[in-house]
Design a protein around this ligand. Structure first.
Ligand SMILES: Nc1ncnc2c1ncn2[C@@H]1O[C@H](COP(=O)(O)OP(=O)(O)OP(=O)(O)O)[C@@H](O)[C@H]1O
Length: 231
């Protein structure tokens, strides 16, 4: 299980996370919802090691991650799919996938077939440049690249952002498959309510750097939860 405890994070004098505590359990999909700018990406950057916490801690399967570099967190099993996907545009799809080899041991340095079963388009486009793919295909590639690192938890930053509905469905199916077949934990932040309602086992809502609601996916339909999500 991933546990974030009393996390505070600053950008200079500006505080983006204010005492955030949450859990993401193995074999469960945990969604963090919230409007623009409430600190969702900052939370994931803190978990993946892209930005340090000012105080508080991140613990994964009893290992304290604070102070570990991103590649060492990847070795601990944290697979991070960043907002905007961050595909290498001039590298091929195959090379982009292979860029996930860095944290894995030599014997695991191959692309698992499962990735092509989940996202067949990646197999047909292996020789194409990452920058030539559509936004939805790049999102699939970014998830594929994270899976190459053999994660125990997949951490996704707005996987539906700017993506057409048919590919959103494919991505939703893939996320459910990964939960059910591998028992990995999935933690995703989103603004797209229906996607979370459909997928989540547990939800949190953030507002201005704080957790303001926590519960089962059905609780998203309560007036109290809606109040934090409407613009
Ligand atoms: N590198 C940075 N330097 C300074 N302030 C930042 C930086 N990154 C984010 N912020 C600020 O921190 C706050 C939280 O931003 P964050 O990106 O975590 O929110 P978010 O909920 O992910 O928003 P979005 O949905 O727009 O991605 C915002 O006020 C934002 O302007």
């Amino acid at each position: 299980m991933l546990t974030v405890e009393k996390a505070n994070l600053h950008y200079g004098a500006a505080q983006a996370l204010r005492g955030i505590s949450l859990n993401a359990e193995m074999g469960k999909i945990t969604c963090v919802l919230g409007r623009n700018g409430v600190g969702k990406s900052s939370l994931l950057r803190a978990i993946s090691g892209q930005h340090p916490l000012s105080s508080g801690s991140v613990v994964f399967n009893d290992v304290k991650l604070d102070g570990l570099a991103p590649y060492n967190r990847a070795r601990q099993g944290i697979g991070y799919v960043p907002q905007g996907r961050e595909i290498f545009p001039l590298l091929t799809v195959k090379e982009n996938l292979e860029s996930g080899y860095a944290p894995v041991k030599r014997s695991d340095r191959f692309i698992p077939n499962e990735i092509f079963s989940l996202f067949p388009v990646l197999q047909t486009m292996l020789g194409r440049r990452g920058g030539d793919l559509s936004g939805g295909q790049q999102q699939q590639l970014a998830i594929g690249r994270a899976l190459v690192t053999r994660p125990k938890i997949l951490v996704l930053d707005e996987p539906t952002e700017g993506i057409q509905p048919s590919i959103i469905k494919d991505i939703g199916r893939a996320i459910k498959y990964l939960r059910d077949s591998t028992g990995m934990a999935i933690l995703l932040v989103e603004q797209y309510l229906d996607f979370c309602r459909e997928l989540a086992d547990h939800v949190y809502i953030m507002d201005r750097g704080e957790i303001v609601h926590e519960g089962a996916a059905e609780t998203l339909d309560t007036p109290e939860a809606r109040r934090h999500l409407t613009v």
